[in-house]
Design a protein. Structure first.
Length: 464
């Protein structure tokens, strides 16, 4: 039993639960069989065989009663749906961009943007790659260049804004290739692959000033910007008294547009959008949209889904919501830190990342320690996590060699408004139990390796 600490007051989730979905407990032999069938890839497990699902925070959040009510107000007209107007208004109000293009999810926005803006041989500097973002840049003929600060690659660095772009790296890259070969800087608000690490307002401002000087655009990956804004409020001088909504408007004004996976911050189960301030780019995006997604007033979404996103946008910038959301992640992270488990520090906005290199020192990176650790966590307790290391990084398109990222991580991603503190306790206990038997975990080798985004569909076997 936990003792009450009289020196502090706890906070609780700013909502109560109205609908529940039962989850099932399974036995270890059952899970051993399931993960073997799934080729030791947690993406290939059936959801019904998972106890606590921390695979991703993408589309897995719980919608509010207000969002569900909005679903009944779907205007499913092929053209001119009023739900699109609500969506566009919400993005304009809270993010501040001028023109809004709806898409079925984030990677569709990346696809359209990359095709419109990137020419063969261009390079796109950014603050660490994201899997789908980089792939679409490459498919459009570009090459991603990482200009994030060095601390981002060090899981033990406690820098408060590890998502910041290193201005010297960016400046040198501009000098090397020339601004005309840089269609835009790809800037992510909280950097997923670095451990959910935020960008400071100062850095947003400085990168903007540098890019303006050279006539280079900035496209924001706004997928988890609300979470980024919470870190600015908590950590950056001058922002403690501002609301998340105010911080968001300021941060976004330092970019020329954004791609968005509405399945994260925006609290919807499906959806996305692309936003730009420039009319000509908007027209080009709309033109490609009808080829790949749908008309400019639905872009692959149902009217009801656009309504859910519009309402989700308004909810995601509420200070109480975001405090509880990031607070829950921090709670899990602190439990693990207290037990001496190697995790990425500081704790990120959407997930706690286990450092597989330090967790499984006996498994070399080419034997996929993070993939093996995620599979073993499922066997241990039915908790499903995801690899974020060498498998996710994929291969260099020019040499065909594996990228070897410095970070070899397992991501315990917390869906929004879904799990309770007790689920976090159970998760922490499972990780600790695994830590205690870590020496017996073995590496993996590929049985099947897909060409693109291999982490989703790859199959593995245990190494002898
Ligand atoms: C930072 C970031 N950008 C883009 C995406 C792609 O979004 P989607 O999964 O909606 O295609 C994701 C999804 O995980 C993400 O985390």
């Amino acid at each position: 039993m936990r003792a009450i600490d009289r020196t502090r007051r706890s906070w609780a989730e700013p909502y109560k639960i109205k609908v529940v979905e039962p989850i099932k407990m399974t036995t270890r032999p059952y899970r051993e069989e399931r993960i073997r069938e799934a080729g030791y890839n947690t993406f290939l497990l059936k959801s019904e065989d998972v106890y606590i699902d921390l695979l991703t925070d993408s589309g897995t959040g719980a919608m509010s009663d207000n969002q569900w009510a909005g679903m009944m107000l779907g205007d499913e007209a092929y053209a001119g749906s009023k739900n699109f107007d609500h969506l566009a208004e919400a993005v304009q109000t809270y993010y501040g961009y001028r023109y809004i293009v709806p898409t079925h999810q984030g990677r569709a926005a990346e696809h359209i943007l990359s095709k419109v803006m990137i020419k063969q041989g261009d390079t796109i500097p950014g603050n660490m790659y994201f899997t789908t973002t980089r792939l679409h840049q490459e498919l459009a003929g570009g090459r991603f260049v990482d200009v994030i600060m060095d601390e981002a690659h060090d899981p033990q660095s406690e820098h408060p804004f590890k998502g910041d772009i290193d201005l010297n790296k960016l400046q040198s890259w501009i000098a090397k290739v020339g601004p005309e070969r840089i269609p835009y800087v790809s800037f992510a608000g909280t950097v997923n692959m670095a451990g959910g690490q935020p960008v400071s307002m100062r850095n947003f401002r400085e990168v903007h000033a540098l890019c303006r000087k050279h006539g280079i655009k900035i496209m924001l990956d706004a997928t988890r910007m609300a979470e980024n804004c919470y870190f600015i409020k908590m950590r950056e001088p001058g922002y403690a008294d501002k609301t998340i909504a105010e911080i968001m408007r300021e941060a976004c004004c330092y970019s020329d547009g954004a791609t968005m996976s509405a399945k994260k911050d925006n609290l919807a189960n499906i959806g996305g959008w692309l936003a730009v301030n420039d009319e000509e780019t908007y027209q080009k995006c709309c033109n490609l949209l009808v080829v790949y997604e749908g008309l400019q007033t639905y872009g692959g979404m149902a009217g009801r889904d656009m309504e859910a996103v519009a309402r989700g946008i308004e909810e995601c910038v509420q200070d109480d919501h975001i405090r509880a959301r990031v607070g829950q992640v921090e709670y899990l992270g602190n439990l693990l830190l207290q037990e001496g488990i190697p995790v990425v520090k500081p704790i990120g906005g959407h997930a706690v990342f286990l450092d597989a290199k330090r967790f499984l020192r006996h498994i070399p990176q080419d034997d996929y320690p993070a993939q093996a650790l995620a599979a073993e966590l499922y066997v241990e307790s039915g908790v499903r996590a995801m690899e974020r290391g060498i498998i996710s990084a994929g291969r260099d398109p020019e040499t065909g060699e594996n990228y070897h990222p410095k970070l070899e991580l397992v991501r315990l991603t917390i869906p929004r408004r879904v799990y309770t503190q007790a689920h976090m306790d159970v998760t922490a206990e499972s990780v600790v139990a695994l830590w205690d038997r870590r020496d017996r975990i073995r590496g993996l080798e590929f049985e099947y390796e897909p060409k693109m985004l291999r982490f989703f569909q790859a199959r593995f076997r245990k190494k002898e």
